[in-house]
Design a binder for this molecule. Structure first.
Ligand code: ATP
Length: 447
């Protein structure tokens, strides 16, 4: 007797249905071709709660609160897809769970009877903890198709050791995706170490990445481990990899290929075990054509590329993102639908970061706890007026830049070049600090 036949017989005995599902170590339900749920396993009940068996429960009603199948509600229906293809089908859905709306990786397995007729489906529902369909502080938010496509890639690659290349415009969330991949990987209990490569000189990148020996250059008063050592066992995230010079690319290639390196000024060959994630907003193929990016390095870093959609390609996520950013500022604030409409018609050059700026600005400008269309339009126009007044902005920016440069220079001296300390005092991220130090050409050697 074939395995499948036995399975069908087992399933025909209602008492055994639940037991059969217990064999799966993920939440599972048994569904008929008419979408009726016949049984669930313990893992399902733990994740999604008890099903009310009094009413003939349908999967679309239980998982989504719909009164018709998902495909008729404008969503992908894995059951319909499996009926048509007669193969296992997978899809990422947002389901109602006791924790609110959560992304769930759905796998629909068709089961045939001895006449080769499709009789049942086993639906496996794996919650995806790295994203949220509703509000949450750490998670990536979104439910648009473009976002879900990207999230699917993130879930597929997170658990492997493959090098990932994140491609997307500025402010689309590349850094957040790198954190998500790290947190969902086997290395999550070790460090995620980030180096923002943009604008750093070759010497600085080298000394930051590989560390240096005492006396390696002026100001190197003691031995210092580099970021590669700090990332041992964990993940190394190289942001804006498209901006590094050809000379630095050679060093990176050597590091990635051999997983060995030497501290600047040192002779000892050290090894490091890290998972590599790189990101860029630049068109690497174009850079390769111009001879500005090495093809061999490109192949090394681009084992698994993930395209991060721009905000213009996921406008339907705006209400959810706005709610989230508002909640971070003040629980009592509300935004009107017409204000949301304005935000959904705006074109974002700075993507989610720009949206967040607009909301932060609106929180300051609104005089009541309601943010309406007028406030949002004012916040958007503020950006436009800055772009259209170059002489004014450059004049003011110049003096602000001078003040900032002096402040950071002093802080670096006070803290003897300890960038983490400086970043803490200046209340900026380490990443922002690197950008600023580089912009003002302040180096450790000056401190
Ligand atoms: N899916 C998301 N849900 C919630 N917040 C997000 C999401 N994606 C990005 N953000 C927020 O948008 C801002 C920009 O994200 P991030 O810094 O990760 O972008 P980036 O692509 O790395 O930008 P850059 O290329 O300029 O370094 C951050 O405040 C981040 O928390």
């Amino acid at each position: 007797m074939t395995k499948i036949l036995r399975l069908v017989q087992i399933m025909q005995n209602h008492d055994n249905m639940g037991q059969m599902l217990e064999a799966y170590d993920v939440p599972a339900i048994l569904v008929t071709a008419d979408y009726e749920i016949l049984a669930s396993n313990t893992k399902y009940r733990e994740s999604f709660g008890e099903i009310d068996w009094q009413t003939k429960p349908r999967c679309y009603a239980v998982s989504h609160g719909y009164n018709r199948p998902c495909d008729q509600a404008g969503e992908d229906c894995p059951l319909l897809a499996a009926k048509e293809s007669k193969h296992k089908e997978t899809v990422l859905h947002i389901h109602q769970t006791p924790n609110g709306r959560e992304h769930v990786d759905v796998e629909m397995i068709p089961i045939f009877d001895e006449q080769d007729q499709l009789s049942f489906f086993v639906e496996l529902l794996k919650p995806v903890p790295l994203a949220s369909g509703s509000l949450g502080t750490q998670k990536m938010l979104g439910s648009s198709q473009a976002f879900e496509r990207m999230l699917r890639s993130v879930t597929q690659v997170a658990n492997s050791n493959a090098s990932v290349l994140l491609l997307g415009e500025s402010g689309t969330g590349k850094e957040l995706v790198s954190q998500t991949i790290h947190m969902a990987s086997k290395r999550s209990d070790q460090a995620l170490v980030t180096l923002e490569c943009s604008g750093l000189s070759e010497t600085l990148i080298e000394s930051e990445l590989f560390g240096h020996k005492k006396g390696a250059f002026t100001g190197a008063n003691s031995d210092k481990p580099g970021l590669v050592e700090k990332a041992h066992g964990g993940t190394l995230f190289l942001d804006e990899i498209g901006d590094v010079s050809l000379a630095t690319q050679v060093k990176l290639l050597r590091l990635i290929e051999s997983k060995t390196f030497r501290r600047v000024g040192g002779t000892e060959v050290r090894t490091a075990d890290f998972r590599l994630i790189c990101a860029t907003h630049r068109d690497l193929a174009n850079l390769i054509e111009q001879g500005l990016f090495r093809l061999d390095l490109y192949y090394r870093i681009n084992v698994f590329p993930i395209l991060i959609p721009s905000l213009d390609d996921r406008l339907s996520d705006i209400p959810q993102l706005v709610e989230h950013f508002l909640r971070l500022e003040d629980e009592s604030l509300h935004i009107t639908q017409s204000a949301i409409d304005v935000l959904q018609h705006h074109r974002y050059r700075g993507n989610i970061r720009e949206l967040r700026n607009i909301i932060d600005r609106a929180v300051v400008l609104c005089e009541t706890n309601i943010i309406d269309e007028t406030v949002i339009t004012e916040c958007i126009d503020l950006d436009r007026s800055l772009h259209h007044a170059p002489s004014l902005t450059s004049k003011h920016a110049l003096s602000l830049r001078d003040i900032e440069a002096e402040y950071l220079n002093d802080l670096m001296k006070q803290c003897r070049g300890d960038k983490q300390k400086v970043a803490n005092i200046a209340k900026v991220s380490l990443r922002t600090l690197y950008r600023k130090l580089d912009r003002y050409a302040i180096s450790e050697a000056d401190t």
